[in-house]
Design a protein around this ligand. Structure first.
Ligand code: SAJ
Length: 452
């Protein structure tokens, strides 16, 4: 029987044995959705701790409750393993491994290549392979199709190949794997047909496109769009500060326009697993075509300089109270890269922390979610406890992440100078609360006061 027909029937009857390689914030939710709709899913990860945790029914991803893991395990639909040999049993494989940047900001696709090296050993079943990791246009073709075709296998005949970008937004209570539209492109029409058939079994809306490159590029457009717009509003914040205008009030006014405008907000920089990295994949690949994207590199530069700006503004505020940064006691409020999650990846707060340390400040941090991190000297830095009574002893507090757990009125009442980088104290008028994107008022400069 024609491979594709056999695979089609297995997918339609949900007897296909599927694998998800990489069980992180993308792969685990995907494996759970596949298991929930009846597939037997082999969840493959090199990290034995992850596999053992899942085998005990314990999730390590906040958006995936233990109950869903237990349910999938109990039904025999989820089989966590570190053993790549299960690949020889599989009819379909989704690859959800990291695509970080190297030390000099170039794409690091080594995780993808390591997976492909494993898949090469288990091609008997002629699997449907779908790459989900965010990467530059051409990756699916260059690192998977060409590698397998070198061994004599032909895409669309001996195996099937698609690219389908992940759209997982950690902490998003409204959109998750099942209800977020899924773009997918195939190497051949048959590949696309099978990819659409598989993913439509457990995702509500599928968006087929004409090639894997279009699918790869669509993801990079989504995230580069964010990076450039965040950089633009950060620049506007610095401009407004110079001009004595409150950028937050300006954004609020502009956001009343019901069409043709989309608000973005200034901040201490950009963190996370996507926005700081994805645009650099695109910029790097474009250079290979002798195309130099000024927008991407400029946005990266502006966003990456925001931590410096925050520390500079904090030193200006301390100076208002005749204090230097050196030996000042500084408390950073929030360290996670965005509110109400514990994810510290690429968080700009980590750079702010290091800069205060280097400037000689006595710096602590408090974050109710992100409880510790390892600083660049290899020391474990732990969040201090929530004890506002003691926090009066600080010379300055810097609000970096506007967690909803913070009581902003209480924090303002402590009478400690505050630099608010998220407009979290909006509506709380206090002379000792300073904002990123709003100038230090003459009153604040002339008669600094801690009265509230
Ligand atoms: N940020 C700003 N100003 C803004 C928006 C974000 O400074 O106006 C900062 C955040 O504080 C954070 C960084 O940028 O440090 C990234 O924020 P994000 O809201 O883009 O959150 P992420 O990194 O979790 O982005 C994810 C992405 N999802 C995927 O890649 C699948 C992104 O495509 C989503 O658009 C985004 O979530 C979202 O919309 O929440």
């Amino acid at each position: 029987m024609d491979r594709s027909l056999a695979l089609q029937q297995k997918i339609e009857t949900r007897t296909a044995r599927v694998g998800v390689i990489g069980l992180g914030y993308v792969g685990l939710p995907l494996a759970i959705e596949m298991a929930n709709c009846g597939f037997t899913v082999f969840g493959i990860d090199l990290d034995l701790h992850k596999v053992e945790s899942l085998r005990k029914g314990v999730s390590y991803i906040r958006d995936v409750p233990d109950s869903l893991v237990e349910q999938s395990l109990a039904g025999g639909n989820l089989i966590p393993t570190t053993d790549y040999r299960v690949l020889k049993e599989l009819d379909a494989i989704s690859i959800c491994v990291p695509t970080p940047l190297s030390a000099n900001q170039d794409p690091d696709t080594s995780y993808i290549s390591q997976v492909v090296d494993q898949i090469k050993n288990y091609m008997e079943n002629g699997p449907l392979i779908t790459l989900e990791s965010t990467t530059y246009p051409g990756t699916t073709e260059e690192l998977i199709q060409w590698e397998l075709e070198k061994l004599g296998y032909r895409a669309g005949h001996d195996f099937f190949l698609c690219f389908s970008p992940e759209r997982v937004d950690p902490g998003n209570r409204k959109f998750h794997t099942k209800n977020t539209p899924k773009v997918i492109g195939g190497t051949t029409d048959k590949c696309l047909e099978l990819g659409v058939l598989l993913y439509s079994q457990f995702i509500d809306s599928i968006v087929p496109v004409s090639s894997t490159k279009v699918a790869e590029m669509s993801k990079l457009l989504e995230n580069t769009f964010r990076s450039v717009n965040i950089a633009f509003i950060n620049e506007m914040a610095l401009m407004c500060e110079k001009m004595g205008i409150d950028v937050w009030e300006v954004i609020k006014a502009s956001a009343t326009k019901p069409f043709g405008f989309m608000p973005f907000y200034p901040g201490p920089g950009i963190g996370g697993h996507c926005i700081p990295l994805d645009p650099m994949y695109l910029s790097w690949k474009a250079k290979g075509f002798r195309f130099y994207s000024k927008f991407i590199d400029l946005a990266q530069s502006i966003n990456n300089n925001m931590p410096d700006y925050v520390v500079h503004k904090a030193s200006t505020i301390l100076n208002t109270y005749s204090r230097s940064i050196r030996n000042s006691r500084v408390l950073l409020l929030g360290m996670a890269y965005k509110p109400d999650i514990d994810d510290l990846r690429e968080s700009p707060g980590l750079q702010v922390y290091e800069m205060f340390k280097e400037a000689g400040a006595l710096v602590d941090y408090y974050d109710p979610h992100a409880r510790s991190f390892v600083d660049k000297r290899g020391n474990v830095v732990r969040s201090i406890d929530m004890d506002p009574g003691k926090w009066r002893e600080y010379d300055c507090m810097v609000l970096l992440t506007n967690h909803s757990a913070f009581d902003y009125r209480e924090l303002a009442s402590l009478g400690v100078a505050i630099l608010d980088t998220r407009n979290a104290f909006d509506g709380i008028k206090a002379p000792h609360v300073y904002k990123l994107g709003a100038a230090v008022t003459p009153k604040q400069a002339k008669e600094p006061s801690m009265a509230i």
